[in-house]
Design a protein around this ligand. Sequence first.
Ligand SMILES: C[S@@+](CC[C@H](N)C(=O)[O-])C[C@H]1O[C@@H](n2cnc3c(N)ncnc32)[C@H](O)[C@@H]1O
Length: 385
Amino acid sequence: MDNAISIITNNLNSENFEKCTFSSPRSKSDELKSLVVYKVQSSQELKVEYRYKKHNDIKTVKKIDFINNELPNFLAGFKQCHLKSSNEDIQILINSKLKSKVVFSTGSTKVSKKHNKTKKYLIPDGVVCPFLIEIGVMDKYGKVKTNYYKKFRQINRFLEMVDDLYKNEEVDSLHAVDFGCGKSYLTFALYHYFENIKKIRIQITGIDLKEEVISHCNEISRKLHFSGLKFVHGFIHDFTTDDDVDFVVTLHACDTATDDAILFSLRNKAQKMMFVPCCQHELNKQLSSRESEVLLKHGIFRERMTSLVTDTMRAQLLEACGYKVQSMEFIDLEHTAKNILLRCNFIDRSGSQREEKLQQYLEFKKEWSISPYLEKCLYEEKFIR
Ligand SMILES: C[S@@+](CC[C@H](N)C(=O)[O-])C[C@H]1O[C@@H](n2cnc3c(N)ncnc32)[C@H](O)[C@@H]1O
């Protein structure tokens, strides 16, 4: 229980603390059903609401007395404690032997079994970051706004993946393209990461079919003096450039738009790619397998299997084109089901290795009776033979 006491004490003493709820009394006959502890103006005090079966009582108590005298009793008397602060949520379960288990934590702080341990983000909370302020994720003092925490974590998670991809690279400048950039949280983050954290001269082009979104993003880019970041209105399919492209990002672009981004990357000999596919309508209609008929007859299973088959097909075809492909979870599943990220690095496989990868792909496609757009284009443009 010491672990629980130290987590709760740290939380009560933190300026981010909002409230702490003890619930599920250990004894059913207990009159006290739950207890809620709130922050008050004075940092030395707390407001405690005692919720009895038939009435409620509210008292203001000295924080030190609550921690020393009452907290151990409440932890012994209740099976659950929920801590809420502006940057994290923690659920603590206490069993009948008074052993505690931290079962749930979100926000900037990950709770280890032993102690509170602050996770180091590439862009930290509490440090002014102009682009995050501009897009509304941080306040002007550098504090991440509570309702933007998921976004903040997603941005950092994305940058960690990019950081890992570039950890062994020694380059002075890069050209990246972000297809289907949308509101461009991640595009701005990418620019900030290369330009300000890695000190690599970066030129990024964001492309999206929504004209208004593009002009808004260009406005923000100008405001931030991100001179190497521009946004272009158009379709992924139509976009061409004469410049070399090193890195292509496509996050959540719909259906075969991801395939168009892959084709662009191959035509422009992009060294690296990262993409998170979105809806995969194309193969949903095609998928058929006698052995898996029982699975595919259920709409929801078919949809999930389609995603897996589409991701596998793209990964295998990219391996046949010379890339090393890693699949990983972009963000926790609680946020979105579309969370598989494929990270690709061109390693120039030998001809025989590519041939082997292609044969594996052909076997795989036969199993699912698919004939994907990407494969057709790769044959047409002779990326595979
Ligand atoms: C779900 S949003 C994702 C935005 C951003 N990449 C992210 O992950 O936060 C998908 C974006 O892709 C754009 N998009 C979809 N298909 C496209 C295409 N064929 N050409 C250009 N943009 C496309 C949409 O307009 C939308 O803004």
